[in-house]
Write a protein that binds this ligand. Sequence first.
Ligand SMILES: Nc1ncnc2c1ncn2[C@@H]1O[C@H](COP(=O)(O)OP(=O)(O)OP(=O)(O)O)[C@@H](O)[C@H]1O
Length: 255
Amino acid sequence: MLERQVIIAARNLCKTYSAGNEQYHAVRNVDLDIHEGEFTVIMGNSGSGKSSLLYLLSGLDNVTAGEVYFRDRRIDQFGERELSDFRAKNIGYIYQSINLVPDLTIWDNVTLPGYIAGQKKEAIATRARELAHTMGIEGQLGRLPSQTSGGQQQRAAIARALINSPDVLFADEPTGSLNYDQGVAVLDLLSGMNKDGQTVVMVTHDIKAACRADRLIYIRDGKIGGILEFGKQGDMNTNDREALIFSFVSQKVRV
Ligand SMILES: Nc1ncnc2c1ncn2[C@@H]1O[C@H](COP(=O)(O)OP(=O)(O)OP(=O)(O)O)[C@@H](O)[C@H]1O
């Protein structure tokens, strides 16, 4: 087997939130490697710290303690400007709540991060047209998000996350607000991009969605509760994979 390249590494990662006099330890001493080209899925109960972990790995939030490396660069020590430049160029993020800017058209939403990353107008437009075609939202580009369906908004959010051809695409429950067919279409898009080499890290509650994983990480109380490795196995059918994930997750929930 080829040696897997680590693209993001977390060491002894901690996140503590303060609310009034109380402190909440959402991420506790996590050591984790994300491999280049893999489809990593993160599962765990509600409130277990999945989104918090994603924010730290992607440089969207500051760590309380510990280290985050992107290849050989230590991003938790970046200043604000360096961090936002890093995020714009290297990271794509699909938020749990879609998060399109309501008074910008779909086109403007999709292209905005291109301008933030300092790309040329023509290059942004070419990439945006290409992504709109792949995502099937060409007919919606002139509309406001409120004039499109949830599935179209989610596909626009994916296009926006991909406009700068990021090294890593993070997706926080990208199918959470979609109906079954829309959800499958979005997962097919993510799987297709992964087959073409895109590194994907996705949080989901859905076992069927988790079947897309090469590697499944289970989070419990802010810690890694277990890791299930599939690799790029074409030989395991979806039913067997689903049964394996179900038994893995059920066991982790019970422990
Ligand atoms: N800004 C914040 N301030 C205080 N506590 C927070 C904050 N953000 C998250 N938390 C708490 O940290 C814990 C982990 O939250 P997080 O959103 O990471 O969980 P999650 O596993 O993604 O949950 P879900 O599956 O419900 O989205 C929760 O108990 C949450 O209430």
